[in-house]
Design a protein around this ligand. Structure first.
Ligand code: PRP
Length: 187
């Protein structure tokens, strides 16, 4: 069905149904790994919110939930490389088993920074879960422990991922039409 959002999508990479199935699998794998423990999920705002909400419901564990917000892109299509924390976890992470939940691992700047930062704060372990992995974008050597899907070298949006703050509410994941981000005024 075409609408204001889907009109801007060149190609759907993963449907709502495919995402639902994969998130269930990831939830089950994480629940198995952390069985009997009390990990702390750390959702990274804002891109991870849809994935996080579905993942934790697929993960029947006694677990805590906190959020962090970081930024390295602003409204640009390419990472600036500088990661800023705009909202930090208010609770003590010392000796906790942390599960970082991200929407996409691209250059690796964000996750390598976060892993180092949370380890330095005394976390017992830091596990990385990312819905999407774009290996072609990698600048920092960082690997995720759990990956939902690989994505090609293209601008992907939907299911939490934005372009200029739009398309996060698209239920599927798709490639954005280049003419959308090549417009000089961005609208
Ligand atoms: C996006 C995404 C990841 C990061 C991944 O965040 O949510 O946090 O970029 O890219 P990297 O591997 O190149 O660092 P963004 O700064 O766009 O913020 P958002 O989640 O609020 O959209």
């Amino acid at each position: 069905m075409k609408n204001e959002l889907t009109n801007d999508i060149l190609k759907v990479l993963y449907t709502e149904e495919q995402i639902r199935e994969r998130v269930k699998e990831l939830g089950a794998a994480i629940a198995e790994k952390f069985a009997g423990q009390r990990p702390l999920f750390v959702g990274i705002l804002k891109g991870s919110v849809l994935f996080l909400a579905d993942l934790i419901r697929a993960c029947p564990l006694r677990a805590d939930l906190e959020m962090m917000a970081v930024s390295s892109y602003g409204n640009a299509a390419v990472s600036s490389g500088r990661v800023r924390i705009t909202y930090d976890i208010p609770t003590d992470v010392r000796d906790r088993d942390l599960i970082i939940v991200e929407d996409i691992l691209d250059s690796g700047n964000t996750l390598s920074f976060l892993k180092e930062y949370l380890n330095a704060k005394g976390a017992a372990s830091v596990t990385i879960v990312t819905l999407l992995d774009k290996p072609s974008g990698r600048q920092k050597a960082v690997t995720a422990d759990y990956v939902g899907f690989p994505v090609p070298d293209a601008f992907v949006v939907g299911y939490g991922l934005d372009y200029a703050q739009l398309y996060r509410n698209l239920p599927c994941i798709g490639i954005l039409k280049p003419e959308v981000y090549e417009k000089p005024d961005g609208d």
